[in-house]
Design a protein around this ligand. Structure first.
Ligand code: EPU
Length: 342
């Protein structure tokens, strides 16, 4: 680690929403030993700790007290296992999309539907990233973590990760207790395209390659989702709500065209983007924030705004959906330094 490892750092460009933020102290450990040393120092000094990945699912306050750690281990490698499949090891700092494209280009199947999801590998398990009918949980074999309390390292099985829709143990029992340092994924050499979601199949031929699937996913995402390099955003700002079947049925009487996805547990998943659009909010702008005009689930930052303003804007969107449909929307991005924000 460089000698200025604990100096203050401007994080405005380190979060895809582009919210202005300064970290009191910052470091980017390049290996496990450096990470453990930084965690030990934070413990000794009593610094509050914030973990940062690609900053693509994060709402940052203007000032973050304590130490911000962004793991900068960026190696990935493959390990042959039984015939037809192989394991991929990816360290926390590896760019997720670059990894996906590298695997697809090698003809390896499993992650191609997850192309162009922003962020780093270390953050992928936290919200169990998912798109186009595939979730990280479908390919994940193990997660390496370092415990903040004592710097010890251990491996979690997929069961221990307790994956759900946009959910995992890293948002629950292990929130604020571990740093994810490495993923092990299981990929396949055998073609296994999953093209059931939306119009993915209609964009591809009969036997697409993994790379063709990944490229089709990129094309769809580019059509709908704003590029954070051009317009600040954190992807989906809300989760798709899971509601009781009675509520879904009542809404379907009035809106038979409403997208709805019955779940194994009897609840029904609704499309938050559809609900927001039906409130007339698609493309709505107020102050420095707006609802994206091509995907209402995404809130965008036009520059010059703050986290507090964004939260107030998001509350107004959620209030409209509650008033109109009786459905509660839950925020998807994590809020860093929550006590400082509120
Ligand atoms: N819809 C609308 N209006 C909108 C947006 C969507 O009517 O403004 C409707 C669509 O027509 C469709 C349904 O809602 O019938 C679902 O839309 P879409 O396929 O675009 O997916 P989504 O449910 O809005 C989820 C993920 C996305 C992921 C896509 C594709 C969540 C919270 N979001 O969005 O994830 O890319 O499915 O799998 O589950 C992200 O997390 O940042 C993200 C972009």
């Amino acid at each position: 680690m460089n000698p200025e490892r604990f100096s203050s750092h401007d994080l405005t460009r380190a979060n895809t929403l582009g919210l202005p933020c300064v970290a009191e102290r910052f470091c980017a450990p390049g290996n496990l030993a450096e990470l453990q040393a930084a965690l030990a120092e934070a413990r000794e000094q009593g610094w509050p700790l914030t973990l940062l990945g690609g900053g693509s699912n994060l709402i940052l306050p203007p000032f973050l007290q304590g130490l911000v750690v962004r793991p900068a281990m960026t190696e990935w490698w493959q390990e042959e296992s039984e015939e037809g499949s192989l394991r991929i090891h990816a360290e926390a700092g590896v760019n997720w999309h670059e990894l996906v494209m590298g695997l697809a280009a090698r003809g390896l199947w499993g992650t191609e539907n997850l192309a162009l999801i922003p962020g780093l590998c270390g953050a992928a398990p936290i919200q169990n990233i998912g798109a186009y009918g595939v979730e990280l949980a479908d390919v994940l074999e193990a997660v390496e973590v370092v415990h903040l309390a004592d710097g010890s390292v251990n491996w979690l099985s997929p069961e221990a990760c307790r994956f759900g829709y946009r959910d995992s143990v890293f948002k629950g029992a292990l929130a604020g207790r571990v740093v994810i340092t490495r993923l092990v994924l299981r990929l396949s050499r055998r073609a296994q395209p999953r093209l059931g979601y939306g119009d993915l199949a209609s964009r591809l031929g009969a036997s697409p390659t993994a790379l063709e699937v990944a490229e089709a996913v990129c094309a769809i995402r580019r059509e709908k989702l704003p590029d954070p390099a051009l317009l600040g955003n954190a992807g989906s700002f809300f989760k798709n709500p899971l509601v009781a079947s009675e509520l879904a049925e009542r809404l379907l009487v009035e809106h038979p065209e409403m997208p709805h996805f019955p779940q194994p547990d009897g609840r029904v998943k609704l499309a938050a983007g559809w609900l927001i659009e039906r409130c007339g909010l698609k493309g709505w702008r107020e102050g420095h924030f707006g609802v994206h005009d091509r995907q209402a689930l995404v809130l965008v930052h036009f520059g010059g705004g703050s986290a507090a303003e964004l939260m107030a804007f998001a509350d107004r969107v959620a209030d409209s959906v509650r008033d109109r449909f009786g459905v509660e929307l839950e925020r998807e991005p994590r809020v860093a330094g929550e006590p400082v924000l509120r």
